[in-house]
Design a protein around this ligand. Structure first.
Ligand SMILES: [Fe+2]
Length: 359
């Protein structure tokens, strides 16, 4: 793969059909490898029952080293390529009949048919780092669900459908956001595309890069962290205090950080703004946003495909689609991964806790 460019010679977004131009790493499991991985996940279901079990999460990294060696080697080497937008594992075995229907809501999405895939996603993720969740998102689960919810077709969160999910880095507002966002596609009959784009560095002038590296931008939490999108949460409780503070009084941050020649990115197209009255920052943000729009490309995750999106190198989103609400809808399991859980200690109750904001 050649991940040094986000666009090809014609200036168009890279085509997933052209392997040489793909800005992501990809491995297709053999049927034997997929069967071995699935068997390991089933053993975990039998031993731990609940993917949120602290015992499982504590041991997941060690268990993940029982996954096929070619797969482990792929992840261990790919994670060091700072140019790649994502790591994609294709060819996991998903028996559509055994999976059962797509639930109508994430609250009802912890199903026996999907449980092995939740474990498998956590095992793959544990080859990249430490998995975690947010107290303010889907009731604090570590493994969350992406599926269309009736009534939310035009919302700004992942349960939307008819409205395109705009590009963003995951939880861009937070210093504790994930290094990778893992998505395990369980069902995607209409091949609804995930969208991706990297930092369009080749097309940014030096002055714009200078501005994007400065603390001149406000990034607010997306709506998935609001109490209205959680079932047990009450507005005003401690978990939500930090979120509401970030909504009301966000501190100015840079959009780009790290090495100037290979910068990291934090941005959310729907929730980012220049600091008040800062016209230079506004112009830089507009330039960057237009270039991301132009460079956005599509990757369809079919049933059995897993993507770990590099949340510091790439934005992601999802094209609009017509929901079915008949049990056949697109359904993905999602997980957050940090390279080092200790970095978020100030917002976790204990060193081993996996839930941010639960103090
Ligand atoms: Fe996202």
């Amino acid at each position: 793969m050649t991940a040094s460019r986000t666009r090809n010679e014609t200036g168009a977004p890279p085509s997933p059909a052209d392997p040489a131009a793909r800005p992501w790493h990809e491995l297709r499991l053999t049927p034997q490898e997929a069967a071995e991985a699935a068997a390991l996940a089933v053993r975990c279901v039998q031993e731990y029952e609940d993917v949120e079990s602290p015992e499982f999460l504590a041991e997941a990294t060690v268990i993940s080293h029982e996954l096929p060696k070619r797969l482990r080697t792929f992840i261990a080497t790919s994670r060091l390529d700072e140019r790649a937008h994502a790591l994609v594992l294709r060819g996991n075995a998903v028996d559509d009949a055994l999976l059962g229907p797509t639930p109508a809501h994430w609250r009802n999405a912890v199903t026996s048919g999907s449980l092995p895939f939740s474990f498998l996603l956590a095992l793959y993720a544990s080859l990249l780092g430490d998995v975690f969740g947010w107290a303010t998102q889907q009731d604090g689960r570590v493994v969350t669900d992406v599926l269309p919810i009736q009534g939310g077709e035009h919302s700004l969160v992942s349960s939307s459908s008819r409205q395109e999910l705009g590009w963003h880095t995951e939880d861009a507002f937070s210093p504790h956001r994930a290094d990778y966002v893992g998505l395990f596609s369980l069902r995607n009959p209409d091949r609804v595309a995930t969208t991706l784009a990297g930092v369009p560095l080749d097309d940014l002038d030096d002055r714009t890069v200078d501005l994007l590296l400065q603390d001149r931008f406000l990034i607010r939490p997306d709506d998935s962290h609001l109490p209205v999108n959680n079932s047990t949460a009450q507005e005003g409780t401690r978990e939500f205090e930090e979120i509401m503070k970030a909504v009301d009084r966000p501190a100015p941050v840079p959009i780009l950080t790290g090495h100037r020649a290979a910068p990291w990115l934090r941005i959310d197209g729907d929730f980012s703004a220049p600091a008040d009255g800062d016209e230079e920052a506004a112009a830089a943000l507009k330039t960057l946003s237009e270039l991301i729009d132009a460079g956005l490309y599509e990757v369809a995750l079919d049933a059995g495909d897993v993507a770990f999106i590099d949340n510091r190198r790439a934005v992601h989103g999802r094209r609009s689609f017509q929901p079915r609400y008949d049990g056949r809808d697109r359904w993905l399991k999602r997980i957050n991964v940090t390279r080092d859980l200790h970095r978020s200690r100030e917002v976790r109750a204990a060193g081993h806790s996996r839930v941010l904001g639960q103090r």
